[in-house]
Design a protein around this ligand. Structure first.
Ligand SMILES: Cc1ncc(COP(=O)(O)OP(=O)(O)O)c(N)n1
Ligand SMILES: Cc1nc(C(=O)O)sc1CCOP(=O)(O)O
Ligand SMILES: [Mg+2]
Length: 208
């Protein structure tokens, strides 16, 4: 099955006090991948939250991905997302097994994406495509990159960085498979609005 759809990413500050309610609202609207992204070193809280997300994801038949932390992903039996400074991909693929989802950040660099694919990445992520509240300093990427990526790569392509309902259409038109979103999904005033946004992203991707 080809991975395609909304890729919701949590943010511990943005979701403080409403973490599970907002995540469940997103799952209600339809999420293909859910990434637990917590940059703290509070191991006990990370384990607790990741387990809670795994339970929610099981209920909604969504795949959970842990950002940065392959050991936690292995412990929970879920996927992982690795950036360029998060260690080599091949040993993580060996640790998690051939079925696990392993994603790789490739910024705007096709050579990095080809390398990640050759080391067993399930998908590659390019970005940031727009200004990002969550990660303002991330290197930028543009639509032309996506055209080249389709020629060279045969795994799903994820776009990230400042994606909203207002600016996502050109990414979809350029063949992006996964729209990875933090603020454009979870920066909403209510759970109902999170669900509406998730449904609207899926409509853009023509996913029911
Ligand atoms: C889907 C997706 N794409 C890119 C990233 C960024 O990963 P990384 O460069 O390792 O930065 P941090 O997220 O760890 O700050 C991502 N997390 N998810
Ligand atoms: C975590 C992350 N990585 C990026 C990259 O370009 O690699 S952009 C980003 C932040 C995504 O959050 P928002 O949807 O709020 O911009
Ligand atoms: Mg990382």
């Amino acid at each position: 099955m080809k991975l395609r759809g909304l890729y919701a990413i949590t943010d511990s500050q943005l979701l403080a006090g409403k973490f599970l309610a907002y995540v469940e609202a997103a799952l209600e609207g339809g999420v293909t991948l859910l990434q637990y992204r917590d940059k703290s070193s509070d191991e006990a809280r990370r384990l607790r939250e990741a387990e809670a997300l795994r339970n929610l994801c099981e209920r909604y038949k969504t795949q959970l991905i842990i950002n940065d932390d392959a050991e936690l992903a292995a412990r929970l039996g879920v996927g992982v997302h690795l950036g360029q400074t998060d260690g080599p991909l091949a040993p993580v693929r060996a640790l998690l097994g051939h079925k696990a989802i392993v994603g790789a950040t490739c910024h705007a660099n096709l050579a990095l994406a080809e390398q990640a694919a050759s080391e067993g990445a399930t998908y590659v992520a390019f970005g940031r495509f727009f200004n990002s509240n969550t990660k303002p300093g991330a290197p930028s990427a543009n639509l032309e990159l996506l055209e080249q990526a389709h020629i060279k790569l045969h795994i799903p392509i994820c776009a990230i960085g400042g994606i909203t309902l207002e600016n996502a259409a050109p990414l979809v038109a350029h063949g992006v498979d996964l729209l990875a979103v933090v603020h454009g999904l979870f920066g909403a005033d209510s759970t109902a609005e999170v669900t509406r946004r998730a449904r609207a992203f899926n409509a853009l991707l023509q996913i029911k």
